[in-house]
Design a protein around this ligand. Structure first.
Ligand code: UT7
Length: 346
């Protein structure tokens, strides 16, 4: 058993100075090696590139193999984020792992990631909010930093949806891909760098729009149509989720702007969950953002659930398109139902 070492600083030193800032110090990503194109999929289910691409924006996705776990992808992403932030594993105070496909029901996947990156006994916690997970974890990390309890928090969104989709159901299996994306959230000397606005929401009354039943006891109440799916696979009402997500996306972003007195012009980038290109374009039309302010990479990865916003953040960072002082909005929505927004000054 590893002894928990004494805190690195005395408790009073851990308290933040009056004006502590919070920054994103590094980002990373982890992908499996295998690529599955739409044409490959058309050999598995009755579908085609001609159907998938215009309806979803997806051309390919990555798939983990049987021996590859969510924590493996997550560990790669966190190690890269730490290297980019110039940190050693021992610098981390906490690791938050957003996932709906944990390696095991117990222990938390975060514990396995901490072990795999050599950061034991760093604190570890999973957050299960489906596609909203990374935005919720980012916001949570920011709160741990500004409260003074942590200096460096690793936030990773990681999912292997390929392990829980029904590979005979063409309405779901075409959408998802496996990946992990990570960010290091750290204390900053610049008090203007921080999360300026956050809102996390849920509506559990709509849980059956997207769920994974384990047995007949987990199904929606009597009176609903007979269950035609399979246990332990993702069940989704695509049209309902689509309508909900467009509204959630639009309202979340517009509320964030109102609350901060910012306009679409002030925002450098909106970093949205990548669920469906039609969903994104429908939502943006009324928000007044130029297309080039909405980051899209769903074509290459599909919907990677908790990883998707983190992948976008990492790619934007690598492309040098984000600089200190920029305002960015992270926004996501998914199973639960859940939705969340986080507006940062980088
Ligand atoms: O992060 C949240 C996770 N969930 C989502 O993002 C899902 C949100 N929903 C969606 O993205 C869309 O609803 C889908 C892409 C899932 C489906 O698109 P749609 O335009 O809503 O299609 P639909 O379900 O209304 O189906 C239209 C037709 C149907 O055939 P009929 O009944 O008109 O003859 C389907 O059987 O398309 C058929 N279809 C397909 N055909 C070829 C459904 N899936 C496929 C497929 N390939 N993969």
């Amino acid at each position: 058993m590893t002894e928990c070492p004494p805190p690195k600083k005395s408790p009073s030193e851990n308290l933040p100075p009056a004006n502590t800032g919070v920054c994103i110090a590094g980002t990373g990503m982890g992908l499996p090696a295998k690529v599955l194109t739409n044409d490959d999929l058309s050999k598995i289910v009755d579908t085609s590139d001609e159907w998938i691409r215009p309806r979803t924006g997806i051309t390919q996705r990555y798939l983990a193999d049987r021996t590859e776990h969510t924590s493996d992808l997550a560990a790669v992403a966190v190690l890269q984020a730490m290297a980019n932030a110039g940190l050693e594993p021992s610098d981390l105070d906490l690791l938050l792992c957003a996932t709906m496909t944990p390696d095991l029901v117990c222990p938390a996947t975060a514990c396995r990631v901490v072990d795999k990156i050599g950061a034991v006994p760093c604190g570890a916690m999973d957050l299960n909010l489906a596609c909203t997970g990374f935005v919720a974890a980012l916001t949570t990390a920011s709160a741990f930093i500004s409260s003074g309890h942590c200096r460096h928090v690793a936030v990773v969104g990681a999912d292997c949806l390929s392990k829980i989709v029904d590979w005979e159901d063409r309405t779901t299996c075409i959408l998802f891909g496996d990946a992990a994306g990570a960010a290091i959230v750290s204390r900053s000397e610049d008090p203007t760098q921080r999360c300026l606005y956050q809102r996390l929401c849920s509506d559990g009354s709509q849980w059956e729009s997207l769920f994974v039943p384990r047995s007949e006891h987990d199904l929606p109440p009597n009176g609903q149509k007979p269950f035609e799916g399979k246990y332990n696979t993702l069940q989704m009402n695509g049209r309902e989720v689509f309508k909900f997500a467009v509204n959630a996306l639009r309202n979340s972003v517009s509320n964030a702007l109102k609350a901060t007195n910012l306009t679409a012009e002030d925002i450098k980038m909106v970093i949205p969950h990548q669920s469906n290109i039609r969903m994104l374009t429908t939502a943006w039309k009324k928000l007044g953002f130029d297309d080039d302010k909405i980051y899209v990479n769903i074509d290459r990865y599909g919907n990677t659930s908790a990883a998707s916003v983190a992948l976008c953040l990492h790619e934007l960072t690598e492309q040098g398109r984000l600089t200190p002082g920029d305002y960015v909005i992270f926004v996501a929505q998914g199973g639960g139902l859940t939705w969340g927004t986080s507006l940062w000054r980088l």
